[in-house]
Ligand binder design. Structure first.
Ligand code: DON
Length: 435
């Protein structure tokens, strides 16, 4: 299996290797010194297993991919309400370096554009800029699973050519968004943008977000699930700037790009992706990086909405095992959408079926919502003289505690069928007597 996936990734990289469209970011002079031919890809599952292809160990500066991580850190440290008072969550439809605030609130429109990212830096509680940066670096390193460092040349280069961001920082101060000295805040922001990473680091950082804030290899929680959920939401709606709509449609993964050439993408609950190719399009997104993400999503079925489509196949098979008795074999993850589909199918079959037997021993995961829905299914069946049974030999899906109240559970399909036959007979008998 591992070789097969490795081959997919190598093939996808090779398909886009000849693309030379785009240009190096030149408004930060040091970024024009990188090798434009470098091309790397890494994909890491949430269990920590990683694939690498091409120049996946080449270092580059994280740039704007820093933004979601500092935002998550701010959410974690001071809470959502305090962050919301200073930074919005609405897509701006503007370039990343627009000198703008929301017309009504006079705060940055979102944390993925420079204005919002500079504000997010200022929200990390710290006694001084050094301590603030140390916290940021520690957090990024915890997500990457190794100590990261700063490319001092890129840091100095951006510092020396930073009028635009200075304009933004002073504007934010004038609107009361920044409480600290704008130049101090900006210095930390420029330093965080110059942190060095590889595609592999990005995949690991993405996988940490995919696992809701738990580092995939160490199992250590590095931030709260609530901070990650909020961060992924704004990545989804604002992460790719003015091309976000197209990205969500064609790639369907929360993502963030940086003018260093990196793209990080997250498939929640499943995996993280890091891609590097420094030639950028006019929006500041890596050209080959974007293409690789599109191909990966299409070929491996990674669009986040395909989860909904897959949930349609939660019923693997149905079998009529006796007159008016049908067995439904369920598999995969039984969450809301899968449970809803099961209930609707059973309901649609009601005219032909008196007893529905759900065989759930192949279900990998179930949540309390789905559990409650299965229990509720029996209630609505018994209300019309029918029955719903569950076959769950290990009681993994329907535990013996109060959460499964109302469910009738059997250890084997045979036992369930025997009970079902009795039920059908009794029903038929009482129908005859009435007749
Ligand atoms: O502040 C800047 O302009 C850069 N340090 C980061 C911008 C960036 O990466 C935009 N993303 N594509």
């Amino acid at each position: 299996m591992a070789e097969l996936v490795q081959r997919y990734l190598d093939e996808i990289l090779a398909e886009h290797a000849d693309v030379t469209d785009g240009a190096l970011a030149d408004y930060i002079p040091e970024l024009t010194r990188v090798d434009p031919s470098k091309f790397g890809l890494a994909l890491e599952l949430t269990d920590g297993f990683a694939y690498e292809s091409g120049d996946a160990r080449t270092q580059f500066t994280i740039q704007s991919i820093s933004k979601p991580f500092t935002y998550a850190l701010a959410l974690d440290r001071i809470g959502h309400d305090a962050v919301d008072r200073k930074i919005g969550v609405e897509p701006s439809g503007e370039p990343f370096n627009e000198i703008s605030v929301d017309d009504r609130t006079k705060t940055p429109k979102n944390p993925m554009i420079n204005a919002g990212a500079i504000a997010a830096v200022s929200l990390i509680p710290a006694a001084d800029p050094q301590e603030r940066f140390a916290q940021i670096l520690d957090f990024y390193s915890a997500c990457a699973g190794r100590p990261l460092d700063v490319d001092e040349d890129v840091y100095r280069s951006e510092k020396a050519s930073n009028s635009r961001n200075r304009a933004i920082a002073y504007m934010l101060q004038s609107f009361g968004v920044l409480d600290d000295d704008p130049d101090d805040v900006l210095d930390v922001y420029v330093r965080q943008c110059a942190i060095r990473v590889t595609s592999r680091d990005l995949a690991e950082m993405a996988s940490t977000l995919a696992r809701g804030g738990v580092h995939p290899a160490t199992g250590r929680r590095v931030t709260s699930a609530a901070a990650v959920q909020r961060t992924l939401s704004v990545m989804m709606t604002c992460g790719m700037y003015d091309t976000t709509g197209d990205w969500v449609t064609s790639v369907g993964m929360p993502a963030k790009s940086g003018v260093g050439g990196g793209i990080l993408a997250v498939l929640p609950g499943q995996l993280g992706i890091g891609v590097y190719s420094p030639l950028l399009d006019e929006n500041g997104n890596s050209v080959r990086g974007g293409r690789v993400c599109r191909t990966l999503s299409a070929r491996l079925g990674l669009h986040f909405l395909s989860v909904t489509r897959e949930s349609r196949s939660i019923i693997r098979a149905t079998r009529d095992v006796a007159p008016r008795v049908r067995v439904y074999e369920l598999h995969g993850d039984l969450l809301f959408a899968g449970a809803e589909q099961t209930l609707r199918t059973v309901e649609n079959d009601r005219a032909d079926v008196d007893v529905a037997i759900l065989e759930v021993s192949k279900v990998d995961d179930i949540n309390d919502t789905a559990r409650a829905m299965l229990a509720g299914m029996r209630e609505s069946l018994t209300a019309v003289g029918k029955e719903g049974y569950v076959v769950d030999p290990d009681r993994r899906v329907i535990p013996t505690d109060g959460r499964s109240a109302g469910a009738v559970v059997f250890g084997t399909v045979e036992d369930a069928i025997a009970a079902a036959r009795d039920h059908v007979e009794i029903q038929a008998g009482s129908a005859n007597r009435v007749g």
